[in-house]
Write a protein that binds this ligand. Sequence first.
Ligand SMILES: [Zn+2]
Ligand SMILES: [Zn+2]
Length: 449
Amino acid sequence: MVCQCRFCDERFNSRQLRDKHIKDYLFYPCLTCAQKCNSLTDLEQHCKDSIHRPPPLAPETLDEQLQLYLQGAYYLEKVIVTRTDRRRARIFVQDFLKKIMRNVIRQPNGRMYSQIIEPAGSTSTQTKIIVADEFDFNIVLKETFQQFIHSGRTVVFDMEHYDFEPLHQRIGLRDLFPNEKVVVPNGYVAPLHRNNAPPNITRLSYYQQFIPRWVQEDLYVKIKNALDEIDIGDLEVRLKCYPNGPAITMFIKHIPGIDHEISIDLSASIKTNIPVNIYGWPREETEDVLSDLQIAKIEEAGIILVPKHQRFWYISFSKAITSLMQFIDGANECRRTCHKVLKRDFKTWQSEPYAGGLKGISTYLFKHHLFWINEEKFDEKENYWANQNIGQCYMDMLESLAEKCRAKHLPNYFNIQENILENKQTRVLNKLAKFCEERRLELLHIHMR
Ligand SMILES: [Zn+2]
Ligand SMILES: [Zn+2]
């Protein structure tokens, strides 16, 4: 006898197996605090004990139930940052960085950094979740470059023999680049400076090519000096910079008026006039979902270079991403909400004891995935992204993300040649896929009555 689950269509060889499956996934959410209960009795007891809204009387459709749970409870209770916390944290971080950069600029050769500290990542897209505890900023360099060596061209650099030392140690030129040739990878460039560039640029260059690793190291040392010199009061500050990471991370504790640790990612960045369409964006499908004006705004946002590779600068579309994130939703649409709910779920998955932190996965890839699914769903029913349809949208998002992880293929939205999952561990990607699949199944088995 084959038994089917009426919630997710899965088939089982016996009624017992099916009933066990339903019992495993079924949940009753509290619509006030989003807590999940295993039975209606538990939920009623919970609502009574905590004086929370009782379960709704009328049975609703799956869409209605999911909207009530995801948007009405989960989003409000577990996802959004409280406004006072966000404001306080933001003011603190900006003041603190200003103080540091004022000192950095006064150090020898410090004038190559401008005073401009630009919000990046979720700091700039305002998709921060839970508490305002992580900030991303770019420190803009004064120098601009007119010439770049692009992907495909050969330059001198030996990666095999080059073993990076801890960042606080200065690495000699000769050890760095024995005379071997490599190709600039897709998505990267080597900026070339002028013959008469100032010494604060040439000292971080090799054959007129500005070396990201040295810039990052230079900035790291200067921030360290600044922290030693400025008055930080009772703050406890730790500074980290991993040789292969794109950013210098600062962890700050004991901030007056803020009851959690804050981490700030800082990255040097170079402004460029490299066009956003360098890799063929916008595609035909893009023009279906974005207006000419929106595309123009994204192009205007431009490209910056950031140190993601030791030898070559990464062509970063982060400003284009920020721009697109800002107008991706029309009125009463739910893409951003879905994105933030996913980020929140991801945070939960990361803290599962067996998840091992989902090493190497960052929410950066969720943004690219969102842009792709936005194009893929263009032909879907009208009002697909409407708030009332959030349950379907979110479940589709989870399903599609799981597929991309299992296939280990998710192109950069602005550069389809770049697969942003390429260097991720297959084991970790499969784990992430599993979390997505499980969460989707769970949502299909939501109960209210
Ligand atoms: Zn089922
Ligand atoms: Zn509750």
